[in-house]
Design a protein around this ligand. Structure first.
Ligand SMILES: CC(C)(COP(=O)(O)OP(=O)(O)OC[C@H]1O[C@@H](n2cnc3c(N)ncnc32)[C@H](O)[C@@H]1OP(=O)(O)O)[C@@H](O)C(=O)NCCC(=O)NCCS
Length: 169
């Protein structure tokens, strides 16, 4: 194994938007971008942890600007926070129109990836060393998002239980 690559917490991937990624109006399909986000998060988290990883959650993804066929799209991924087995990956998406030389930040999102062993059970991941104030800030914000995600999941579970206990009366 090349030690220079394991434990790296950042990854970037640039993809040319080809016609097969277009929707009916000729812009890039939202699903094509979601697939790339998942692949980039997988690669970033798997390389960082040295484990196979699965996607636990994808936070709200907003497409505020369309991406066009022919543009170069760069996904800048970073491990923001590490728990025992989970990692939050933040991804910034930049679109570049090649001939016009215009660069746009189209969106950002967060995915939670979990390292798993051969039986699919959560596996431990190495701690993230926070060397800069930006890394510390990203980690603090990610820890808060993790807490909020868990609270939202618990709230949804209780609402679901209350709904079915009322229906079964
Ligand atoms: C991911 C998976 C292995 C987790 O299993 P689990 O039994 O829930 O395991 P745990 O309860 O130990 O949680 C694992 C990690 O996820 C975190 N987690 C669980 N629920 C969470 C939530 N709602 N928000 C944020 N983090 C959460 C836990 O805190 C833990 O992280 P930590 O060890 O760093 O603290 C399991 O849910 C799974 O296999 N999911 C399917 C994954 C998949 O197929 N994805 C593709 C979908 S098509």
């Amino acid at each position: 194994m090349n030690d220079a690559l394991s434990g790296q917490h950042e990854l970037s991937m640039t993809v040319l938007m080809t016609p097969d990624m277009a929707n009916f109006s000729g812009k890039v399909h939202g699903g094509a971008i979601l697939k790339k986000l998942d692949e980039v998060a997988y690669a970033c988290a798997s390389r960082y942890s040295g484990s196979y990883v699965v996607t636990l959650s994808v936070d709200q993804v907003l497409f505020k600007q369309p991406i066009h066929v022919g543009e170069l799209v760069t996904f800048l991924a970073s491990i923001n926070h590490v728990g025992s087995s989970s990692m939050e990956v933040g991804i910034k998406v930049i679109a570049e129109s090649i001939q016009e030389k215009v660069i746009r930040h189209t969106n950002s999102c967060y995915l939670t990836m979990v390292a798993v062993d051969k039986e699919g059970r959560p596996a431990r991941v190495p701690p993230l060393s926070l060397e800069t104030s930006l890394q510390q800030l990203r980690s603090d914000k990610a820890a808060l998002r993790k807490k909020l995600r868990k609270e939202a999941e618990e709230e949804a579970r209780q609402t679901h239980e209350n709904h079915y206990s009322v229906q079964s009366r």
